[in-house]
Structure formats: structure tokens, C-alpha cells
Write a protein that binds this ligand. Structure first.
Ligand SMILES: Cc1cc2nc3c(=O)[nH]c(=O)nc-3n(C[C@H](O)[C@H](O)[C@H](O)COP(=O)(O)O)c2cc1C
Length: 170
């Protein structure tokens, strides 16, 4: 395999983007994954310098708002500001449909939303991993089904062709 100079050592890996809302602050998040089915638990990685890191440690809860690809410009813009200096909800111009019981934003346009309650936090490098119980999942009545994926350096894509694998024949 050839190695090209001036390339990131981490290969482009398209990842679904969510807007993490802690209170009224919005942070684009692409490093996240499910870690348990029953109970449903979810983990995500946040860099310590991000304001959301401090907010989450303080409040212990957040929402993950999974957005459609039509919002990619907004997502990208929100990644350039920190919530302790800017009102990122105002910058986003996104409509909200209230908050969850803990006061975290629920975005009107989200395809689906996880309401997260923090159970553990650990630091493994330059990001902390937060593990949460998903207390509730909210679904949009009319989803587009075209989630935004981020593949680094300002590039976004969406889900396109669908392939159905055959059931394994032994
Ligand atoms: C598409 C996208 C995905 C991102 N994913 C993450 C992530 O998973 N973890 C993280 O710490 N920062 C991530 N960032 C960077 C933060 O969103 C950015 O530093 C943000 O402004 C932090 O906001 P805050 O300081 O208000 O919390 C991402 C940025 C973009 C644009």
C-alpha cells in the first residue's frame, strides 16, 4: 500500500452527524456509537476544550439531534464557534420544539432525537468518552431518511444506494 505525504494519518471515515444540545448550546458531534442494546446506552467523545464538555459534566444530560443532509451548512458553521462566547442556537436559525425534562433543546428538524442521561465519563486521550442511558427516543413525524454524514475537511454526504444482504446459507 502506498503512503501519500501531507495526508491525515486517520483515513476519511464518513460518520453520521448529530447536534449535541446541552441546555441551549449546540455542538456538532460525529464521534459516537451505541454500546448496549438492553438497556439502550450510547457513547460519544468530546474534546475537553469544547464548552459542551464542561456543560455536560455540570448538567449530566443532553439530547442528540440527528439531522438531515439539507442542514450540512448549518452543522459546519456551528462547529466553528464555542458556546461560551456565542449564542449558537441563534446562529443556527434552527427552530426548536421545546426541551426535554432536563432543559436540553429538542430541534424541530431533527430526524430523530436521543434524550441522554450521563452514567460515566472517562478520558482516553485528547477526547473524553461519555456513556449515557438513552431515556427516550423521539422520531420526526415525516423524516427524510437522508441523514448527514461527515467525512472530514468540510465534506458531507448522505446515505444513497441500499443493498440488502442475503440471509447466510450454511
Ligand atoms: C461535523 C463535525 C463533527 C464534529 N465532531 C466532534 C466530535 O465528535 N467531538 C468533538 O469534541 N468535537 C467535534 N467537532 C468539533 C466541535 O463541534 C466544535 O469544536 C464546536 O464548536 C464545539 O462547540 P462548544 O465549544 O460550544 O461545545 C465536530 C465539528 C464538526 C463540524
Amino acid at each position: 500500500m502506498t503512503k501519500q505525504m501531507n495526508q491525515s494519518p486517520i483515513p476519511a471515515q464518513p460518520r453520521v452527524v448529530a447536534l449535541l444540545a446541552c441546555g441551549h448550546n449546540l455542538m456538532p458531534l460525529s464521534w459516537h456509537m451505541p454500546v448496549s442494546k438492553q438497556p439502550f446506552r450510547y457513547a460519544f467523545a468530546i474534546r475537553e476544550e469544547n464548552y459542551s464538555h464542561a456543560l455536560l459534566r455540570q448538567s449530566g444530560s443532553c439530547t442528540l439531534n440527528f439531522m438531515g443532509i439539507e442542514h450540512y451548512e448549518t452543522i459546519d458553521r456551528l462547529g466553528r464557534f464555542h458556546g461560551d462566547a456565542y449564542d449558537k442556537l441563534a446562529i443556527s436559525e434552527l427552530a426548536q420544539r421545546g426541551t426535554d425534562e432536563e432543559g436540553n433543546l429538542l430541534l424541530d428538524a431533527a430526524e430523530f432525537i436521543y434524550e441522554c442521561r450521563l452514567i460515566e465519563q472517562n478520558c482516553w486521550g485528547d477526547h473524553s468518552i461519555f456513556v449515557c442511558n438513552v431515556a427516550r427516543i423521539r422520531l420526526h413525524e415525516n423524516p427524510t431518511g437522508r441523514l448527514a454524514l461527515f467525512s472530514g475537511k468540510g465534506r458531507y454526504m448522505s446515505t444513497g444506494e441500499v443493498y440488502q444482504a442475503q440471509k447466510a446459507l450454511l
